[in-house]
Design a protein around this ligand. Structure first.
Ligand SMILES: [Zn+2]
Ligand SMILES: [Zn+2]
Length: 488
């Protein structure tokens, strides 16, 4: 990332608010401390005073490091050194390159991020491989600064408010704090900020502790859940090998990996029996299943790609807009979309890149994955019955996909069962099962495939958090071909 981009990261409400709050609370704390316990004859007063400044520098240093150093972005058009490795990796269409293991595309940074944890709006950058330790230190120091700040500002405020009383009861030596309306207000605001930010830091540290000691990011937790789910639900009789998450090396090693810089962010130490691609192959399999569930739609009237298409689509479509910051896609008549989620008036899917775009390597501007008004498309149905149609669509996709990935299965021992989602499966709903998966099973049972991904995962973060990956393999993607063949 060049310097210009680094500086631009400051021009955002996140760093602006955070730095402003830090400035307000630091000034108030120093002002109140100068009346409450100024550095003087006792050594304790100097320790207290130095600790304030230590906190200020430690918080700012780690904040700036998290923001400026960044998580480590995968270079655009990245390819692994060995060409054969590409078939085990996901392909990112935005970056036009492969995704190294554990990396994900961040929509806000518009780049693939090494060991992506999450995109933090407060530092306006992703937290990942190279800045996660700084981020954790930042949280720790902010929490400890908040605790110290509360212990300074609260008693100082109390002494200021009860100054007259302290003089009356002959404790003049404690009546050192003079309060004005402004400083009283600043104290109350500062205490609020310390408490709010302190609690937020505590919660985030709790989440980060899970990431540090298990070596599983939030995104990876989600992939593991899906890996377990598809073994239980999709292949009940096939006895697939249980999924072994390859990076959890025990809490000591995990901890060391986070805080002692080592490695390059591209290759990782894995458990015996696993390899560098254990996770990525699982991701490819999950992606393939998701794609098999998707249905093809054809655009019949243009979609503008605007968030509020009042003029083109009318008030009803605008009244029911999906409440999230997912992108909206523009469609032209004739475009094909693979739909994975749908609402009453809106659908979510990925526009199939046309042959012309593919050949000319010139993509239309705007997102290719996102929401669009339902009225703009119709489902592609042949003369045959719906079921036959669905089977055929599925079948065709599977065959092409299988051919392209047959090698993956034979060369790695990750997956024993064949790649396809069986058409007839017996599902097992277990007590205590994740509500998201329970709902998914209900939808499968009712053959409500179009709504399958309607239910969002238990959190609503970046797209990358649950919808990782773009069409895999070498371009042109096999499934794009498969879909197109049918449509023509
Ligand atoms: Zn990318
Ligand atoms: Zn990001």
């Amino acid at each position: 990332m060049n310097e210009k981009n680094e500086l631009r990261r400051f021009l955002h409400w996140g760093p602006f608010i955070l730095l402003s709050l830090t400035f307000v609370v630091t000034c108030t704390t120093l002002h109140m401390n100068s009346m409450w316990w100024p550095p003087g004859p006792t050594w304790g007063s100097w320790v207290n005073y130095c600790l304030i400044w230590f906190h200020v520098f430690a918080v700012l240093y780690n904040f700036l490091r998290t923001l400026m150093v960044g998580p480590g972005f995968v270079p655009k058009k990245w390819r692994p050194q060995q060409n054969e490795s590409t078939k085990f990796l996901q392909y990112c269409q935005r970056c036009e390159g492969y995704k190294p293991p554990r990396s994900h595309h961040c929509r806000r940074c518009d780049r693939c991020v090494l060991k992506m944890d999450h995109h933090c709006p407060w530092v306006n950058n992703c937290v990942g491989w190279s800045n996660q330790a700084s981020f954790v230190y930042f949280l720790l120091f902010f929490l400890s600064a908040s605790v110290q700040g509360i212990f300074i500002v609260a008693p100082a405020l109390f002494r200021g408010v009860s100054k007259r009383y302290l003089i009356n009861i002959n404790m003049k030596h404690l009546a050192t704090v003079n309060l004005t309306m402004l400083s009283c207000l600043a104290c109350i605001i500062t205490l609020g900020i310390y408490m709010g930010m302190g609690l937020a830091c505590l919660k985030l540290l709790h989440m980060q502790a899970k990431v540090i000691f298990t070596n599983k990011t939030e995104i990876e937790r989600w992939i593991i859940k899906k890996a377990e789910f598809r073994r239980e639900a999709y292949y009940p009789g096939k006895h697939m090998k249980p999924f072994v998450y390859p990076y959890d090396l025990g809490w000591r090693s995990n901890y060391r990996q986070m805080f002692v810089p080592s490695g390059d962010g591209y290759s990782w130490t894995v458990l015996p029996g696993c390899n560098q691609f254990t996770l990525t192959v699982e991701q490819l399999e999950q992606k393939k299943e998701k794609r098999a569930r998707a249905r093809s739609y054809k655009c019949i009237s243009p979609a503008t790609g605007y968030c509020l298409p009042i003029i083109s689509q009318g008030i009803w479509v605008c009244m029911t807009i999906p409440c999230n910051d997912d992108p909206r896609i523009a469609l032209k008549p004739g475009d094909l979309v693979r739909v994975t989620r749908s609402h009453q008036h809106w659908m979510y899917g990925e526009r199939v890149i046309s042959e012309e775009e593919e050949v000319e390597r010139k993509q239309r501007s705007g997102a290719i994955k996102g929401w669009f008004p339902r009225v703009c498309v119709e489902m592609i149905v042949d003369e045959g019955s719906d079921d036959e149609e669905n089977n055929r669509t599925g079948g065709e996709t599977f065959i092409v996909d299988n051919r392209s990935e047959g090698k993956v299965e034979s060369e790695t021992e990750d997956t024993q069962a064949g790649g396809d989602v069986p058409h007839e499966v017996r599902y097992s709903k277990k007590p205590g099962m994740d509500p998201y998966f329970k709902r998914t099973l209900e939808l499968i049972e009712n053959e409500n495939y179009a709504n399958l991904d309607d239910e969002k995962p238990p959190w609503d973060e970046d797209e990358a958090e649950y919808d990782f990956g773009e069409p895999e393999g070498n371009t042109p993607s096999p499934w794009i071909d498969g879909t197109r063949k049918r449509a023509l």
